[in-house]
Design a protein around this ligand. Structure first.
Ligand SMILES: Nc1ncnc2c1ncn2[C@@H]1O[C@H](COP(=O)(O)OP(=O)(O)OP(=O)(O)O)[C@@H](O)[C@H]1O
Length: 355
């Protein structure tokens, strides 16, 4: 395991039971049952207004649930426990740091007001600054460090009070894309090293995939699906999750003799999918397409192509108006109007039950 200096502290498990929240007669959180194991990172992912922040604030104790005994930490009802007694740390998009203090003073603040003695506090501050890679910036004023360094200061400050639950609300939203990408990896590693239980709100699916042990995708006050990132991505439970997480292609048509056929002049689809004859909608991700020729291939007319570096995203029509997005090797050039043939592995095809 890890050595003493970074020995993981134990996080609390969190569970909610039919947790709801109503604002002025409007129920914005539908009955929600969550089980978050100690030390796990759960990401709440969903579009604006779906209830992510409300759920986070309920766990924090910043909002009151509709009823008693709806939230438990380590099996104990925390309904009557105020935020300062819940042992939660919070990190927000706006850093909420003290601008007139240095980086290390900000990190030490919580320990100071809790009366930790100077030498212990200094040692702990140094340890935390090293952990977030800011040891060389300890004496800089907050106003003299970058956005990413401020966010890491905020994280170190939240961890300094040794919370058993860390709640993060869009902590990287204010940062530029490059920094966001780097910090999302770093934060995930840090939280795991700390062994803390974390709930992390974002509407950025790449961030959710990188950070979450599990992801809860939320839709209009409900959890639409909760699972590990791989399952959320490859086996979305419904249309909403499929569309919200990544790009999903759809081909609708009739499956007859296990094959979905769409024919029109020089384009068309002949996808072997198996199963009984039916009207259906088949879904697949752009990266599931493989270039192919022959009778088993789908043929589509290229509309446009965008270069991504290792791959290119080709937009092509399988019949007029039925557009698909395909990720194909970028070493090949595809001109508009050209016919491209491709296949999709059967395991990569997702079919939702007709509602
Ligand atoms: N204090 C409040 N009073 C009344 N309605 C509220 C309050 N807080 C949130 N809501 C409503 O609850 C719903 C969920 O809001 P919430 O902030 O939880 O969404 P979100 O998923 O975090 O959105 P965003 O990504 O935009 O922050 C919204 O319709 C919002 O308008």
């Amino acid at each position: 395991m890890t050595h003493a200096a970074t020995a993981p502290q134990r996080g609390s498990s969190i569970s909610t039971r039919a947790l709801t929240k109503t604002f002025n007669g409007n129920r914005v959180l539908q009955p929600t049952n969550l089980e978050i194991e100690a030390g796990q990172i759960l990401v709440l992912l969903g579009p604006s207004g779906c209830g992510k922040t409300t759920l986070l604030r309920l766990i924090a104790g910043l909002e009151t649930p509709d009823g008693p005994d709806m939230i438990r930490f380590d099996g104990d009802d925390v309904s009557g426990v105020p935020i300062e007694k819940r042992n939660v740390g919070m990190v927000f998009q706006s850093y909420a740091l003290f601008p007139n203090m240095t980086v290390s003073e900000n990190v030490a603040y919580g320990m100071k007001i809790r009366g930790m003695e100077r030498s212990k506090r200094d040692a702990e501050t140094r340890r935390l600054l090293a952990l977030v890679g800011l040891e060389d910036y300890a004496d800089r004023r907050i106003t003299a460090v970058s956005g990413g360094q401020r966010q890491r200061t905020a994280l170190a400050r939240a961890l300094a009070i040794k919370p058993r639950v860390l709640l993060l609300d869009e902590p990287l939203a204010a940062l530029d894309a490059v920094l966001r990408e780097r910090l999302r990896v770093e934060i995930g590693l840090l939280l795991r090293e700390f062994g803390i239980t974390a709930v992390y709100v974002t509407h950025d699916q790449a961030e959710a995939m990188a950070i979450g042990d599990r992801i809860a995708v939320m839709d209009r006050g409900r959890i639409a699906q909760i699972d590990v990132p791989r399952v959320i991505y490859h086996r979305p439970a419904n249309d909403f999750v499929a569309d919200f997480v990544g790009t999903m292609n759809r081909i609708d048509g009739r499956v007859s003799g296990g094959v979905l056929s769409l024919e029109s002049d020089d384009t068309g689809a002949a996808l072997a999918v198996g199963g009984p004859d039916r009207e259906t909608v088949l879904c697949f991700r752009p990266e599931s397409a493989r270039l192919a020729n022959g009778s088993a291939a789908v043929r589509a007319r290229v509309v446009a192509s965008t270069f991504f570096g290792p791959t290119q995203r080709v937009v092509a029509e399988v019949t007029p108006g039925r557009r698909l997005q395909l990720d194909l090797p970028s070493s090949l050039a595809f001109d508009p109007g050209q016919i491209v043939g491709f296949e999709i592995e059967r395991e990569a095809i997702i079919e939702f039950q007709e509602a």
